[in-house]
Design a protein. Structure first.
Length: 268
């Protein structure tokens, strides 16, 4: 482009001189026409060069813009890379923590397996003890039933003996009355009923279990147990199965008054 400008300047300087020196000849005129044609050609080349320069400038601007966009993308990628590095570091730390926790879980699992084995052994031993206790309980229950049956038999025998004693006392009273003179008057002194015993076989039971009440009363015209039992003999026993905690009361009465005692059976 600089060469074209220089050539144009030279032509502009030489052209007047050429015109001056060639006024009179056809050769000079032809030379002038050639120079003019060459000048037009140079102008056209110059215009083309300027157009190419403008296009090249536009391309350079486009390239600069593309370069700037590319640089922005590079910056974004750099930031993304840094973020990914940071995230990778976090993930690596998390992985290490998970590996540590996994190791702890494996250790805990082994301890748990060992503990389960110990519990199984203890359970088997406990089941064996429960079986033994069940056998003992059944044996004790059988003994209790036998004792209760024996107690009932003794109560029946004692009632019979008490009846015999009462009959003997009546006979003695009749004999004494026959032996006394007609002028002698008999004074009868009656004391309060005597509750010699009133007990329970178990004062604490579970729902559905039973307890046995036993009693021995003398010098009473009427004997009753509340609640729910009613009139009873002077000597006896009764098996009860309360559903809730209950207080049983034995009441013995005669002409002199009444005597009473209570026993409480708690139901858990």
């Amino acid at each position: 482009m600089k060469q074209i400008l220089i050539l144009t300047c030279i032509i502009a300087l030489v052209l007047p001189l050429a015109l001056t020196g060639c006024k009179n000849g056809a050769k000079q005129k032809a030379e002038l026409e050639r120079l003019r044609a060459e000048l037009q050609s140079l102008k056209a080349a110059l215009q083309k060069t300027e157009n190419e320069r403008d296009e090249l400038k536009d391309k350079i601007d486009n390239v600069a813009q593309a370069s700037e966009r590319l640089q922005n993308q590079v910056n974004d990628l750099t930031n993304t890379r840094d973020q990914l590095k940071e995230q990778f570091s976090i993930v690596a730390d998390s992985r290490d923590q998970l590996n540590k926790q996994l190791s702890e879980v494996i250790g805990s699992r082994e301890q748990l397996r060992k503990r389960i084995a110990e519990l199984i052994t203890s359970s088997e031993q406990l089941q064996s003890q429960i079986d033994e206790l069940t056998k003992s309980r059944n044996a004790i229950a059988a003994e209790v039933r036998q004792a209760q049956e024996r107690n009932d038999e003794l109560a029946t025998q004692l009632a019979a003996e008490m009846k015999k004693v009462s009959q003997l006392q009546n006979q003695l009273t009749v004999t004494n009355k026959d032996e006394q003179s007609e002028e002698t008057r008999t004074v009868e002194v009656v004391g309060y009923p005597s509750i010699h015993s009133f007990d329970t076989s178990r004062s604490q039971i579970k729902a559905g279990q039973s307890s046995t009440l036993t009693w021995w009363v003398s010098n009473a015209d009427e004997i009753r147990i509340e609640p729910g039992i009613g009139t009873v003999s002077s000597l006896g026993s009764k098996t009860v199965t309360p559903s809730t905690t209950t207080t049983y009361t034995i009441i013995a009465t005669n002409k002199a008054g009444e005597s009473r005692e209570t026993r409480r059976i708690e139901v858990n």
